[in-house]
Ligand binder design. Structure first.
Ligand SMILES: Nc1ncnc2c1ncn2[C@@H]1O[C@H](COP(=O)(O)OP(=O)(O)OP(=O)(O)O)[C@@H](O)[C@H]1O
Ligand SMILES: [Mg+2]
Length: 142
């Protein structure tokens, strides 16, 4: 488990970018943190690290966005779902080596994501600071 304190959105994005750079495909990254914590900012960093040119936008209403990248990214937001509805999204189809899945409010569906997942918790400290805890079941330097 690694804990970081960032003091700007740019720093949070940079942390996501470092993690994105090292992904190999098939990873699932569950993001937790309150509204406005920085989950989407962090996802933009992951997408940059995976060399995506697609705009990363919060899938709060669309539920699932796909971005072309070195490894295609499946960006999910579970905020508006109850914990059972995640089973109906067809996410199993993307759980292969060719994709990276990033899930905002991922802790809403703990019983769906039973395999190995990276967990990223973003805590609001003050207007510009966040504490970010990263727990990965695989070995990766970032
Ligand atoms: N250290 C920081 N890390 C990340 N974001 C920060 C930081 N400091 C300020 N911010 C600001 O906080 C906001 C985070 O917004 P973001 O949309 O990423 O949150 P979110 O967790 O995805 O929210 P939601 O639950 O609504 O999807 C942005 O406006 C960003 O500029
Ligand atoms: Mg968001």
């Amino acid at each position: 488990m690694n804990t970081y304190t960032t003091t700007s959105a740019q720093e949070t994005r940079a942390l996501g970018e470092r993690i994105g750079c090292g992904l190999k495909g098939g990873e699932i990254i569950l993001l937790s943190g309150d509204l406005g914590a920085g989950k989407t900012v962090f996802t933009k960093g992951i997408a940059a690290g995976l060399e995506s040119l697609d705009p990363v936008v919060s899938p709060t209403f669309t539920l699932v966005n796909i971005y072309k990248a070195r490894l295609d990214i499946v960006h999910v937001d579970l905020y508006r779902l109850d914990s059972q509805e995640v089973w109906g999204l067809g996410l199993e189809d993307y759980m292969d080596q060719g994709h990276v899945m990033v899930v905002e409010w991922g802790d809403m569906a703990r019983d769906f994501f039973t395999g190995a997942c990276m967990r990223v918790k973003i805590e609001y400290l003050d207007e510009t600071s966040r504490r970010i805890t990263v727990e990965a079941p695989w070995t990766q330097d970032f």
